[in-house]
Structures are given as C-alpha cells and as structure tokens.
Ligand binder design. Structure first.
Ligand code: GDR
Length: 330
C-alpha cells in the first residue's frame, strides 16, 4: 500500500486529492492547522468516509514552522509521496502580510525540501506552484520555460519556492516537481476568492438573503479550470517516470464579468442590478494575460480538463443554491 503525506489537506485541493488517493488505496496522512473546520462540511465527510473505508486517513496537527514535528512525521510514516499544497493562498492579502506570506510559502517549502532530502529513501515531492510566478509575463500563453516576473509578494514567494524545488531536483537528484497551477475552482473554493464569492452571492440574492455584491476589477482576466481535474494532474505528475515541472491550465481566458453573466443568468437575474464597485477589492498590481499552455500535461501525462468553463460556473451556482436552501431550512 502506498503512503502519501498532504500538507493543506483541509483545503479545496487537499480534500479532493485525499479523496483521489484514498480511491487509489493509498494510506493518506494529512497535515492540518486545526482538527475541526466547522465551515468546511466536506472535510467532516471525508473523515467519515475514510473511517468507513477502513482507517486509511490520518490527520496530524502540525504547523509548517515546526521542523522537528515534520521531521518526526516523515520518519514515522516513510511516505512514498509528499504533496505540498499548504500556504497563504490569497494574492491580495499578501500585500498586507508580505512577511508571513514569504515565510510560510517560500521558507516553508525550503524546510520541507530539506526534510525530504534527509529521508532514506527520499519520497517523491510535489509543490503546488502558481501562475502568479509569471505576473506580467514575457510571453502569452505561458509554458514551463516562461521566465518568472511576479507582481505580488505572493507571486514572489511562489517563485522562490518553485526555484527551490527545481534546484533540489537538479542538485540533489530528488524526484521533486512543480505543478504550476493556473486558477482552479470548485464548490469547495473559499468564499473570499472572486469565483465562489460570485456564485455564493448569486444564490443568496436569488433566495432574498442579500441584495448587493461588492467587487473589484470586473475586467480582470484569468485562465480558470476545475480543481478536481488539477489534483488528478498532481497524481499523474508524481507517477511519471521522471521528475519535471508541469503547467496545469485550460488555455482559455475569461473575465470576472463572464462569471457574473453565467452565474446570474442561470438564476434569471441581471447582475447589473446588484453589483457595486468597492476599491478594497482592487489589487495594487494586477497580473496581465495569465493563460497557460498545458501541452506537456496533455502530451506527456495524458491530462485533459473534464469540465467546460460554463459547466463549472453552473455547478458552483447550483451547489451554492442548494447549500443556502439547506442552511435556511435548518
Ligand atoms: P487570484 O484569485 O488572485 O487569481 O489567485 P482571486 O479569485 O482572488 O482573484 C481573481 C481576479 O479577480 C479579481 N477580483 C477580485 N478578487 C477577489 N478575491 N475579490 C473580489 O471582490 C474581486 N473583484 C475582482 C482580482 O483582482 C483578480 O484579478 C488564485 C489563488 O488561488 C492563488 O492562490 C493561486 O495561486 C492563483 O489563483 C493561481
């Protein structure tokens, strides 16, 4: 039986990845900051399911600063694979807390790489990197060779972590890979990200629970994919016969306004009646034309996105509508 460690297992990607690995008969060890997340019902579900499927999911409450506790966990579990997904993931927030963002995301990855390097044998290692490393990119679309040009503390921290993973692969021969992820969404997305903020607000407005949605730049563009597809790419990347970095993206650009159009139209609403501009949600610097070329993922890993953009937005709206109805009835 394969054993895997996931940092950030309680988040969107971590929980989907845990489910995927459990379905492949892995023993999964998840690192969490807290044991209980009342606002994340899927996480309780996961724990319940794992118990039903035999005790193959273990949660460990460790912060990524605690090197000795991490070291002890890795030497006890002897994992075959480590998926490093934890981090401060809000780009806008990284302007307010640059130091902890860089420490957690940059230095946290370095500490983990050092521990992995000291294992015998070292496990395969995946770091969830980000399209934010490209910031204002020299080429459109971006691929694995595009130079880094981050425009936020978050992007700079991810760039450091991404380079460290490559350096540890090239210098120490570690099986260490960067999954360079463009935006990816799902019903489990945090509600401070623009996509889920929109789908949740559309559902609440439809049910008469809210009447206004405050947003920043509606013209901002991103390459938005579906999170469960991305975690299946993570797993494929670590099963490949040689370590490499790999872009995960759809290759299509959409605007924030497209989310509004599809989400509100689906509920027979006109978003123009509800959306207001709030400068607090506008970024100090916006990346431009972040869109990925996922050729390597498609050709080498045979990875393809399973859900269209419109279908993903509608899936999230439907989830939020059902969830808000349940909460109202409770
Ligand atoms: P992003 O995602 O910064 O791309 O990072 P986010 O959803 O926060 O923003 C996407 C775009 O929408 C614009 N925007 C708003 N954003 C937020 N959060 N709230 C608003 O009200 C709002 N209005 C407009 C933003 O300016 C931006 O242009 C995500 C995270 O998951 C990162 O961790 C990850 O690395 C990248 O995607 C790839």
């Amino acid at each position: 039986m394969k054993r895997a460690i996931i940092t950030g297992v309680s988040g969107q990607d971590g929980s989907y990845l845990a489910e995927l690995l459990l379905s492949h008969d892995y023993e999964v060890h998840g690192i969490v900051r807290k044991q209980h997340y009342p606002s994340r019902p899927w996480f309780d579900n996961l724990v319940r399911q794992a118990k039903l499927a035999g005790q193959r999911l273990f949660l460990h409450q460790i912060t990524l600063h605690d090197t000795t506790a991490l070291q002890r966990l890795l030497s006890q579990v002897c994992p075959h694979e480590v998926y490093h997904l934890a981090g401060q993931s809000h780009v806008g927030l990284s302007f307010d807390i640059p130091e902890s963002t860089c420490d957690f995301t940059g230095m946290g990855t370095l500490r983990l790489l050092e521990i992995v390097r000291s294992c015998s044998p070292p496990p395969r290692f995946l770091h969830a990197s980000s399209s934010e490393i490209f910031g204002i990119p020299a080429q459109v679309p971006q691929d694995e060779t595009t130079p880094h040009h981050p425009v936020s503390p978050y992007g700079a921290a991810k760039s450091l972590a991404t380079n460290l993973v490559r350096i540890y692969r090239e210098s120490y021969g570690l099986f260490a890979c960067n999954a360079i992820c463009f935006n990816h969404e799902s019903p489990r997305r945090g509600t401070s990200f623009v996509t889920r903020k929109i789908t949740q607000a559309a559902a609440r407005i439809k049910l008469g629970l809210e009447s206004e949605l405050a947003l920043g730049d509606l013209d901002a563009q991103r390459d938005w994919g579906y999170a469960p597809d991305f975690v299946s790419g993570f797993h494929r990347l670590l099963q490949h016969h040689e370590p490499m970095d790999c872009i995960f993206a759809t290759g299509q650009l959409h605007r924030v306004q497209d989310w509004l159009d599809i989400a509100f139209n689906h509920l027979d609403l006109d978003w123009r009646n509800y959306v207001v501009f709030d400068p607090r949600f506008a970024r100090k610097a916006e990346p431009t034309l972040l869109v990925g070329r996922p050729t390597r993922a498609q050709q080498v890993l045979h990875w393809t996105p399973s859900l269209s953009f419109d279908a993903m937005v509608i899936r999230m709206v439907e989830h939020d509508l059902q969830w808000q109805r349940m909460r109202r009835a409770a």
